[in-house]
Design a protein around this ligand. Structure first.
Ligand SMILES: *Cc1c(COP(=O)(O)O)cnc(C)c1O
Length: 330
């Protein structure tokens, strides 16, 4: 297999050295219950225990540490109010770099507050994502660096460090299940693992409602999909019509993409809590959902990535009490 991309194994190794002091090497645990269900060894990579509550800190830290001194002096800018924004804010503060997150006035106050608490400046502009983007463009013209959530070599390399950790801990892995949105995570993890052992299967998992990468792979090029309410809200959004890296990497490195329903996601959040004693957000639970629903039958030692913990605790309470909200009514 020719692994000829803008990100190479050496870049992921360099990212691992760079981010080591700033991120947690998260635990990999064996799941007794899933292993019994699947008649194969099933392991869970607990990346929801990463600082800031998601793996996005890895890519953000690698990208910030990779800037030139001049770029660091000018600072970074982003538009995400979710896990990427949290990672960026935290990584910037840790490294003494100015960070501005631009958002529309529609973003709820609790999200604004939590981004501020992590150390970023928040700039509220207009009432749409487009208004926020034009503010970003203005800041970039002033010399700040825009760091996107997935389609960037340093971000992909940072997320790929999870693949190195997995191989280190478990060299006989057969299959790795990875949540997919824009595909930065799955591209990095797949590149790391396929470089080390091309026989490892990488399977992407995402929600049925608004699966942009899945639709794009089917079409053979990046396409827009309608964004729909979902419990896997960190997986919403498009892959970018001008996608430069993750579409190509995902289409050649990932064996298939499995779609899971809202009911399966809710069940997985509940299972993670009651059986594995883990609090995970919907997006972080899709790989468990794929296993629990029987949509994946493990063919050998299999790892499921649990990627995030950032969800409203009242929502979590409702889900684990058996009263998940109905996301499919709109
Ligand atoms: C961003 C995110 C993903 C998907 O990562 P991509 O690189 O966009 O595919 C999965 N899980 C969580 C919790 C996330 O925040």
């Amino acid at each position: 297999m020719a692994l000829d991309y803008a990100v190479r194994l050496e870049d992921i190794r360099a990212a691992q050295d760079r981010i080591a002091q700033h991120t947690i090497r998260t635990p990999l645990i064996h799941s007794q219950e899933l292993s019994q269900e699947q008649s194969q060894d099933i392991w869970l990579k607990l990346e929801h225990l990463q600082k800031t509550g998601s793996f996005k800190l890895r890519g953000a830290t690698n990208a910030i540490l990779g800037l030139t001194p001049a770029q660091k002096a000018k600072g970074v800018v982003g538009v995400s109010t979710g896990n990427h924004g949290r990672g960026l804010a935290y990584a910037a503060r840790q490294n003494g770099v100015r960070c501005i997150i631009c958002m529309s006035s529609l973003v709820p106050e609790n999200k604004v507050k939590s981004i501020k608490q992590l150390g970023a400046e928040v700039r509220i502009v207009g009432a749409s994502q487009d208004d926020a983007q034009s503010e970003v463009d203005a800041l970039v013209r002033q010399g700040m660096t825009m760091l996107p959530p997935f389609d960037h070599p340093a971000i992909i390399a940072g997320q790929g460090t999870i693949g190195l950790e997995l191989f280190d801990a478990l060299s006989d892995i057969h299959t790795v299940l990875v949540p997919v949105s824009g595909g930065g995570l799955v591209s990095g993890v797949a590149l790391a693992l396929k470089s080390l052992n091309p026989n490892i299967d990488i399977i992407g998992v995402t929600m049925e409602r608004g699966a942009a990468m899945h639709a794009s792979l089917k079409a053979g090029h990046p396409v827009l999909v309608k964004e729909l309410p979902t419990l896997a809200d960190s997986l919403g959004g498009g892959i970018g019509l001008n996608n430069a890296h993750t579409f190509k990497m995902t289409s050649s490195l990932v064996k298939e993409i499995i779609l899971v329903s809202e009911a399966e996601i809710a069940e997985a959040i509940s299972y993670a809590y009651w059986s594995e004693k883990q609090i995970i957000e919907g997006s972080g639970s899709v790989c468990l959902a794929a296993l629990r629903s029987g949509k994946i039958n493990a063919q050998g030692p299999t790892v499921a990535l649990l990627t995030g913990a950032n969800l409203d605790m009242q929502l979590h309470h409702d889900i684990i009490s058996g009263n998940p909200p109905d996301m499919t009514s709109s």
